[in-house]
Design a protein around this ligand. Structure first.
Ligand code: BEZ
Ligand code: FE
Length: 300
């Protein structure tokens, strides 16, 4: 490298840095110190990224065009920006920052886009499948606080896809299935019927799907059952259970798997089920105890 080009490199590095400094300084007057902190950090990292990869003009244009497509496909029913955050691991990182593993408490994972507020109430031991197709799956356990105290009447919302990998909100006929709300019993015990969760792809027919494909990644999520659990004086828990042995545990599209949430299950032939009635098809059972950390409930 000639002395002149070294000097030029030095000159352009200095001018890149002074641009970054100028943008950083532009947030000095922000009324909120948190806005200032976030914007300064975002700009510092964005500029460092562009410098590190020596971002070309056409790559910048591709990036803008990609984000424009993410915006255009987003509606009140489809949130492609959250999906983008999910597949980049930002959603899971935010979960880990805000719901850090608390000694002995059940770990949290991503919320996902398929929760419906105030799902249909089902009795203890009832069936949340409510017409969703799949192998019957009986789930039971207790809800406790980290000191072991049972949490009677904890509210448990559960939602899942059917055997075709579809949530009810993806059905064309608008019917509700594969979700429900139950209350734990007097000793924190809970039980319900559902269907065996199966792996399914995150919505991959949009720009985020193109990104996943360009990366040579799979759009599949490991099979799971979603839980949202609330009890007075305890932090709301948003989590899943995953099935041991699932093919996608190590390559979940949204990085949501935690080893502590992977559960063993038992497979049963047709016969008598826990409530003493008979079932003429094979079924599964899962035991999963839920431990909540003391704290503020999330009322959002
Ligand atoms: C889900 O588990 O329902 C989900 C999570 C993130 C993206 C898409 C789906
Ligand atoms: Fe899901």
């Amino acid at each position: 490298m000639s002395v002149t080009s070294q000097e030029n490199d030095g000159v352009s590095q200095a001018s890149e840095q002074s641009l970054t400094d100028e943008v950083l300084a532009s947030f000095a007057g922000a009324a909120s110190s948190r806005v200032r902190q976030i914007m300064e950090s975002l700009v510092a990292h964005l500029h460092a990224f562009a410098r590190e990869v020596r971002l070309t003009q056409s790559e910048w244009e591709n990036g803008i065009e990609f984000l424009t497509r993410v915006g255009h496909i987003t509606t009140d029913k489809r949130q492609e920006f959250i999906l983008l955050s999910d597949v980049l691991g930002l959603s899971m990182l935010t979960v880990d920052i805000n719901a850090p593993a608390s000694a002995g408490a059940t770990e949290s994972t991503v919320f996902g886009p398929f929760y419906v507020a105030d799902p249909p109430e089902i009795p203890l031991g009832g069936d949340i499948a409510r017409g969703a197709k799949g192998t019957p799956c009986y789930v039971s356990g207790t809800v406790r606080s980290i000191d072991g105290t049972p949490l009677p009447h904890a509210q448990i919302d559960v939602w899942e896809c059917d055997e075709d990998g579809l949530y009810d909100v993806q059905y064309r006929d608008g019917r509700s299935a594969g979700r429900g709300r139950l209350r734990a019993g007097d000793n924190g015990e809970y039980r319900f019927w559902s269907v065996r969760p199966v792996p399914y792809p995150v919505p991959d027919d949009g720009p985020v799907g193109d990104l996943i494909q360009a990366a040579g990644r799979s759009p599949m999520r490991a099979a799971h059952l979603h839980f949202k659990v609330d009890a007075d004086g305890h932090r709301t828990l948003i989590t899943h259970i995953f099935l041991a042995g699932d093919d996608y545990l190590a390559r979940d599209a949204v990085f949501g798997v935690k080893q502590s949430l992977v559960v063993d299950y038992a497979e049963h032939p047709p016969g008598t089920v826990p409530d003493g009635t008979r079932l003429d098809r094979s079924w599964l059972s899962i035991e999963f105890d839920i431990v909540l950390a003391p704290g503020e409930e999330d009322h959002s």
